[in-house]
Design a protein. Structure first.
Length: 564
């Protein structure tokens, strides 16, 4: 009998008559599969399927099949969806910002709306790619298929880890019985497939990682765009961190770090290569290619670079640079970064607005003043000024991000500027996991590791200066200090919501001097419900065993100002 790589999840991708103004391509669940014989008979099929696991992470219009949706550019888009749900990334506009649904707890988060299909469609397609490779490799892969199978197991674990953290209302450490998502493997065929509990899901994830560790033990990769055993160790560190298995989190973070070095100040702030090109700190990443539809179509506006790179004003393209304006760092978080911490230069100090004053860029004197004020941050000062004052409704450059730079410092050609790499795992993340895990076993040891990390960013750093004021005491002073480092170090890299849920934190958007949008300045003592994603209704209709999370309800109006 032929084994069918067909997930009943294809049914979830079929579009019903959803209450939305947009639609996506309908998929016939009866034909959306590949059989073992069909896949195996194609020349070079196994290697092609292995390659597709990572090459499909970005660059395609996976959700809608066209360039209509500027957030339809792959894995890094989920970084922004998750980060704007919290407090550390302030959206620019509730009307023209493409990530409004996630920032404002929009109705699109509900199960009857097409946008709710976005993670479902992406992640289960990626999982399907992994399942195909695992099935082709077999239970005992031949030598020539071991690395391919190892990559598939590692990536499948990463995808399910994301899904578990996005959909489970509580973490493994808080409630092992909380529901995550249905598990679909290479052998799943029954349409009735319940959501796996945290306990079952994380056991499955660790089992996949164990297999990946064995299969990738001797694998030598050509670049960071494919996972190797160090990435497997990093994924285990993430898993055990979430599970609060501190000893194993520390163990695997240490193993993951071997052979890598932290980014230097020069690398961090490079105006040509900053966070757009792999270096010795990058453990895993992806890259946008010049031939990707996300780059070639729609003036490259449906891409990561369009959303996060602001130094392309001369190209007259890019949502952050030329149409809506950039996603800014939360004003309060920025204010807590000392001037001696070089990471502060990843965002423009609001004091620069005072220095610019009423300078007119059309006069020689005004252009000179603007250039002087912004040159410490960018080699495109007048372009960045234009983004802040002419493009953005805020008419300011304060808190605008310069962490993610255009490729090779190109400002006038978005087709080249946006073909950047994006980090998916860095050694700095492992350093912070190690510190937190060590400190949860022995506070003194954790403090020492955290202080050593902090001093690489700020020579004056001393433990205890960043124990922020929060609504609740869900975590200790030590974990609050680690969290502050994570919020600054990993800003824009997709960890914000995961950490808020893991630490059971609330959010604070309403305070004196906030730069969050009016009517969305919300404070919450507990983790917001909108961080627990809903499963698209077509899935629960077709899978009778699948339950759902409640549709989140957005708060009304601004919250009273929190006093820091």
């Amino acid at each position: 009998m032929k084994t069918i790589y067909k997930s009943y999840m294809a049914a979830a991708m079929a579009v019903l008559t959803l209450a939305t103004t947009s639609c996506i391509k309908e998929i016939d669940p009866q034909t959306n599969y590949v059989t073992t014989d069909q896949a195996a008979s194609a020349p070079g099929s196994f290697d092609s399927f292995v390659s597709s696991i990572t090459s499909s992470l970005n660059g395609q219009f996976t959700y809608g099949g066209s360039s209509y949706y500027p957030w339809d550019f792959g894995y890094p888009s989920f970084f922004l969806q998750r980060d704007v749900m919290g407090m550390d990334m302030a959206a620019e506009s509730s009307g023209s910002e493409w990530y409004t649904t996630w920032y404002t707890c929009g109705t699109g988060l509900g199960p009857t709306y097409a946008i709710c299909q976005l993670p479902w469609r992406y992640y289960y397609k990626w999982i399907k790619n992994c399942n195909i490779v695992i099935s082709l490799a077999g239970a005992e892969p031949a030598d020539e298929k071991k690395s391919g199978a190892g990559i598939a197991y590692a990536m499948r674990a990463m995808f399910y880890m994301d899904l578990a953290r996005m959909y489970a209302p509580e973490t493994y450490a808080k409630n092992k019985e909380a529901e995550t998502v249905p598990i679909v493997t290479e052998s799943t065929s029954e349409p009735a497939n319940p959501r796996a509990t945290n306990e079952a899901m994380w056991a499955f994830i660790l089992a996949d990682l164990d297999k990946a560790e064995t299969l990738l033990a001797d694998y030598k990769r050509d670049n960071v765009y494919t996972p190797d055993v160090s990435v497997v160790y990093g994924l285990k560190a993430r898993a055990y961190l979430t599970m609060e298995d501190w000893a194993n989190a520390e163990k695997y973070a240490k193993q993951a770090m071997e052979g890598y070095t932290m980014m230097t100040k020069e690398q961090y702030l490079s105006q040509k290569d900053g966070f757009n090109k792999p270096n010795d700190a990058w453990m895993f990443g992806l890259t946008f290619r010049s031939t990707d539809p996300n780059i070639t179509d729609n003036d490259a506006d449906s891409s990561w670079g369009s959303q996060m790179i602001i130094e392309v004003s001369a190209s007259e393209c890019g949502y952050s640079a030329n149409y809506v304006g950039p996603k800014r760092i939360d004003a309060h978080l920025f204010s807590t970064i000392p001037a001696t911490d070089f990471r502060r230069m990843c965002w423009i100090d609001p004091a620069v607005d005072d220095a610019i004053g009423n300078a007119n860029p059309k006069t020689a004197e005004g252009a000179a003043a603007i250039t002087t004020a912004l040159s410490p941050y960018t080699d495109d000062p007048l372009g960045v000024y234009n983004t802040g004052y002419a493009v953005s409704a805020r008419e300011s450059v304060g808190c605008m991000p310069l962490k993610f730079r255009p490729k090779d410092g190109i400002h006038d050609n978005q087709y080249e500027a946006f073909t950047v790499a994006v980090p998916l795992m860095r050694v700095e993340e492992m350093k912070l996991i190690e510190a937190e895990a060590a400190g949860m076993q022995d506070v003194a040891r954790g403090k020492a590791l955290l202080e050593a990390f902090g001093k690489t960013r700020d020579a004056n750093y001393e433990y205890g200066h960043h124990n922020e004021a929060y609504y609740n005491n869900s975590t200790s002073e030590f974990q609050n200090e680690v969290w502050w480092q994570r919020r600054v170090e990993l800003w824009g890299e997709g960890f914000a919501t995961f950490d808020i849920k893991r630490l059971q934190k609330g959010i604070i958007r309403s305070y004196e001097g906030t730069n969050h949008l009016d009517n969305y300045q919300w404070n919450s003592e507990k983790t917001p419900d909108w961080m627990n994603l809903c499963i698209v209704q077509s899935e629960t209709n077709n899978n009778p065993a699948c339950t759902n999370n409640p549709t989140p309800i957005a708060p009304k109006g601004n919250s009273p100002k929190f006093g820091f």
